[in-house]
Design a protein around this ligand. Sequence first.
Ligand code: ADP
Ligand code: PAZ
Ligand code: K
Length: 255
Amino acid sequence: MTFLAIDVGNTRLKWALYDAPHHGAALIAHGAEFLDHIDRLAEGSWASLPHPQRMLGCVVAGDAVKRRVQEQMEIWDVTPSWVVSSAQEAGLINGYDHPSRLGSDRWVAMIGARHHVLARGPARPLVVVMVGTAVTVECIDTEGRFMGGLILPGHGIMLRALESGTAGLHVPTGEVRPFPTNTSDALTSGGTYAIAGAVERMYQHLLQHCGQEPVCMMTGGAGWKMAPSMTRPFELVDNLIFDGLLEIAAQRFGG
Ligand SMILES: Nc1ncnc2c1ncn2[C@@H]1O[C@H](COP(=O)(O)OP(=O)(O)O)[C@@H](O)[C@H]1O
Ligand SMILES: CC(C)(COP(=O)(O)O)[C@@H](O)C(=O)NCCC(=O)O
Ligand SMILES: [K+]
C-alpha cells in the first residue's frame, strides 16, 4: 500500500513516497519545492510517480496553500488527510494550553523523535529543535509529555528584520565566528548564537525538571547550518516529520 507523506512549511513543501504506511517501508521517491513552485508538482515530479494509495500530511502554511497542494493531488484517487495536533497521539501527551493550536509540524516531529528514542532503548527526556522558516525548541519528559516549547525567528527572518529596521545593516552573509570583527560575521554569528543560546536554556530547563540528561535531536532545512554551533552535540535527523507521519499512518491505516 503506497503512502505519500507531505510536510508543508512556510518556505518549502517536502514530500516522500513509501511503499507502505509504516516504519521500515522502502522510500520510492522524495523531493522538495519552494511554495512558489508547488503549482507545477502534478505536471512535474509527481507526474511519473506510482499512485499513492494513502496520504497523510501536515501543513502550517495556511488554507490557501493547503488548497493549492490538494489541487495538485487531484491527479490521484487519494483522499487528502492532514494531521491536527491533539491532546494525545502515538504515545505522546500534549501539554499545550490549547492542544489543537500547536503547529502540526511541531507535533508530528515530536512524535517522530520520540519514536527514535524508544526504538533505541529506555525512554529519556528529549529536546527537539526544528530549524526551518522559524525555529522551534520542544521539551518532552521521560514519560512522553510535551512540556512546552519556544518559537524563534529563523536565520532569514532575523536578518530581514535587522535589515529593514536599521540603516547600516545591508551586508552579505558572513561566517559564524566566536569574536566577529565585521558586520557580516556579526549578523550571522548573532543569529546563530541566539538560537544556540535559546536551545541551551531549554536543555537546562528540561535537565532540571527531569534530573536526567535529555537526548538532543535537530531537524529542518537549515539544521545542518546550526548543528556545528550548538553548545552540545545534537543528532541531525534528516526529516523527523516524515518519521512522525509514518508513525501516525501505521496507527491510522493499520500498516
Ligand atoms: N537547499 C536549501 N533549500 C531550501 N532551503 C534551505 C536550503 N538549505 C538551507 N535552507 C534553509 O532552510 C530553510 C527552509 O527550511 P524548511 O525546513 O524547508 O522550512 P519550512 O519547513 O519552514 O518550509 C530556509 O529558511 C533556508 O534558510
Ligand atoms: C511555529 C511555526 C510557524 C513553524 O513553522 P515553520 O518554520 O516550520 O514553517 C508553525 O509551527 C506554526 O504556525 N505554529 C502554530 C503556533 C504554535 O505552534 O504555537
Ligand atoms: K517545518
